[in-house]
Ligand binder design. Sequence first.
Ligand code: NAD
Ligand code: GLY
Length: 356
Amino acid sequence: MSGRRTITVELGERSYPIVIGSGLLGGAFDLGEYLAGDDCLIVSNDTIAPLYLDKLQADLPGRAVGTISLPDGEEFKTLDTASSILDTLVASGAHRDTTVIALGGGVVGDIAGFAAACYMRGVAFVQVPTTLLAQVDSSVGGKTGVNHPGGKNLIGAFYQPRIVLIDTDTLATLADRELRAGMAEVIKYGAIADAEFFAWLETNMPALLGKDPEALAHAVRRSCEIKAEVVAEDERESGRRAILNFGHTFGHAIERCQGYGEWLHGEAVAAGMVMAAKLSGVEPSELSRLQKLIEAAGLPVAPPRVGAAAMMNAMGMDKKVLGKRLRFVVLESLGAANVTSDYDPSLLDQVLEAAS
Ligand code: NAD
Ligand code: GLY
C-alpha cells in the first residue's frame, strides 16, 4: 500500500472523507469505524463480487456482513432492483444502524445509495467505487437514483455517503473501453476547473491509458478534489454544481437519440464536450487542444449521425432545461466554465450540424 490520500467533502455535519490509495482493500483499511453499527449489507454485482467481495470483507473484521449481488448492467438500474435490496434488508431484519455498502461502478453505487436513502428513511451508506467513472464522479456528491422508462435517473435522492473508499488497484481489471469512458469525466475536470491539470493530462494520457498506477492515482485525486470543492459549494445543484454537466446536455441527447447502450456515457460526453466548447466560442487553439486530448484518450470528438433535429428535440426533453430556454455549460477558456442560456442560436444550429 502506498500514497494514501484523504480529501474531505465539506458539508457541515454531513462532511465525509474520500480516501484514495493503492491496496486499501484486502485488510489494510478498517472500514468498521464508518459503519453505523455492527451490521452491514454489501451491494455488488455478478461481475465485481467475484473479484473484490472477499477483499472488501477483509476491511470489515468482526462485522456481521450480508451481501447481495445484482445483475450487471444499466438496464437493471431500476426501481425493481432497488426493491430487491430493500427486500433483502427487510428479510434480514436490518435496523436503523445497518450500513449499506456499494461495491462497484456507478450503476451499483446509484442503486445502492438510493436504497440506503429509502430504507427506514435513510440508513448509513458507504461507497467503494471500482470504475474510473465511479471513482472520479458518481461516488462523490450524493446523487443516487434509478432509471424510469420515461427517462434516465428520473427517480432519486441526494444522499451523501459516510465515506468513499477508493482502491485504485481495482482499475487493473477494468476493461479498456470503460477506462477511456471514465477518462472523459477526468478531462472534463481539467477543462472546467484546472488548466494546469488539463496540461498534465495532455502529457500523461499515454501513461493513464497504460494504467500506470501513479498517473491514475494522481488523476483520481485531482478529479475528486475538484468535485469535492464544487459539491461543497453547491450540494443541491442550485448554481455552480451545474458546471459538472459540461458536455452532458449534448451527451445525454446523443445517448437518447442513439438508444442507451450504443455508446457509453463517457463516449457521448466526450463528443458533447467538443460540441459545448464550439458553442462557447473558445479560442481555436484551445478547442484544438480539447479535441486532441479527447482523441488521445481514444474517445469520439464528433457525435454520431443521429440528425440535428433529433438532437435538438432530445435536448428539449433534457432535465436541465429551465422553462423553454436551454442552458449550456460553456468554457470561458480551458480551466474556467460557467452556465448560460445566453448563446447564439445560429451557432447552436452549426454545432448540431455535426450530427447530420
Ligand atoms: P457500470 O457501473 O455499469 O460499470 C461498467 C462495467 O464495468 C460493468 O459491467 C461493471 O460490472 C464493470 N466493472 C466495474 N468495476 C470493475 C472492475 N474494477 N473490474 C472489472 N469490471 C468492473 O458503469 P459506470 O460507468 O461505472 O457508471 C455508469 C452509471 O453511473 C450510470 O448509471 C450513470 O447514470 C451513473 N452516474 C452517476 C453519477 C452520480 O453523480 N451519481 C455521475 C455519473 C454517472
Ligand atoms: N455528475 C454530475 C454531478 O454529480 O453533479
